[in-house]
Design a protein around this ligand. Structure first.
Ligand SMILES: [Zn+2]
Length: 252
């Protein structure tokens, strides 16, 4: 098969159709922002949003993140309910950009075994300290590889600008969309989460830090380009499938 146009990573969105969704009532929630047409509605427990904010504020200088735990169910149409999150350990940060290592996935898989049977990886979250809310080309790459079903999402949080945004896949494109903040409390798994740390440094007012951020951003783009070329070459050789996603599907 010959590729046309610019390099593009192939996405297959067949998982949702293959899987028989269980029936469940949608959580009660308030829509934040506008839902993008065609998205699977995402309901995120407010306790989960609080936890992710707490986590990203523990280190507002580096991109950190984790996975969102939830399930997709049917109530007159598919919807996703996110009820927990797991902080990603063993991640690496290359010029300010978050990378999930093999150890990260092994650790997440390990901790998932303590969660309810129907708990799945419903997406991921990560911070953009001072960069604002968007999906970088590296983010899109990660999303397409590990969280590519249309009921999964990416939550991006900027602990410097205090902004958040959610992204999903519609028609093979990553789009920003509003989501429903549900009132449910977070589960017992977050009792050991780190308390938030108050940061009394105003990064925005320090021109040197700001210049550093811009420099890092520029390096990110260069690195992204190099990575994308390498990954694209790999992608063409082997059609990638998330081993964790497969594993979880089998178990459920
Ligand atoms: Zn990012």
């Amino acid at each position: 098969m010959s590729e046309s146009g610019k390099p593009k990573i192939e996405i297959k969105l067949d998982e949702l159709r293959e899987e028989k969704l269980s029936n469940a009532k949608r959580p009660v929630g308030a829509l934040e922002g506008a839902a993008h047409p065609g998205v699977v509605p995402i309901y995120v427990d407010s306790g989960v949003i609080e936890s992710t904010w707490q986590h990203v504020r523990t280190n507002p200088y580096t991109e950190i993140g984790g996975v969102l735990i939830g399930k997709c169910a049917d109530d007159g149409g598919p919807f996703t309910h996110i009820f927990d999150s797991l902080e990603a350990r063993h991640t690496t940060t290359t010029v300010g950009s978050l990378t999930f290592t093999h150890e990260t996935w092994a650790d997440i898989s390990d901790r998932m075994s303590c969660l309810p049977q129907d708990a799945k990886i419903a997406g991921w979250y990560h911070s953009h300290p001072g960069h604002g809310i968007f999906m970088s080309s590296r983010d899109v790459f990660i999303h397409n590889n590990f969280f590519r079903t249309n009921w999964q999402c990416a939550l991006v949080l900027d602990p410097i600008k205090n902004e958040e945004g959610l992204f999903q896949i519609v028609d093979n494109q990553v789009v920003r969309s509003g989501f429903w903040r549900a009132g449910g409390r977070s589960s017992a798994h977050r009792t050991n989460s780190t308390p938030s740390i108050v940061v009394d440094v105003s990064l925005e007012q320090d021109p040197l830090v700001e210049a550093g951020e811009h420099f890092n951003e520029a390096l990110d783009h260069v690195n992204d380009a190099i990575d994308k070329l390498g990954e694209y070459a790999k992608e063409k050789a082997v059609h990638f499938r998330s081993p964790l996603g497969r594993h979880l599907d089998k178990r459920a």
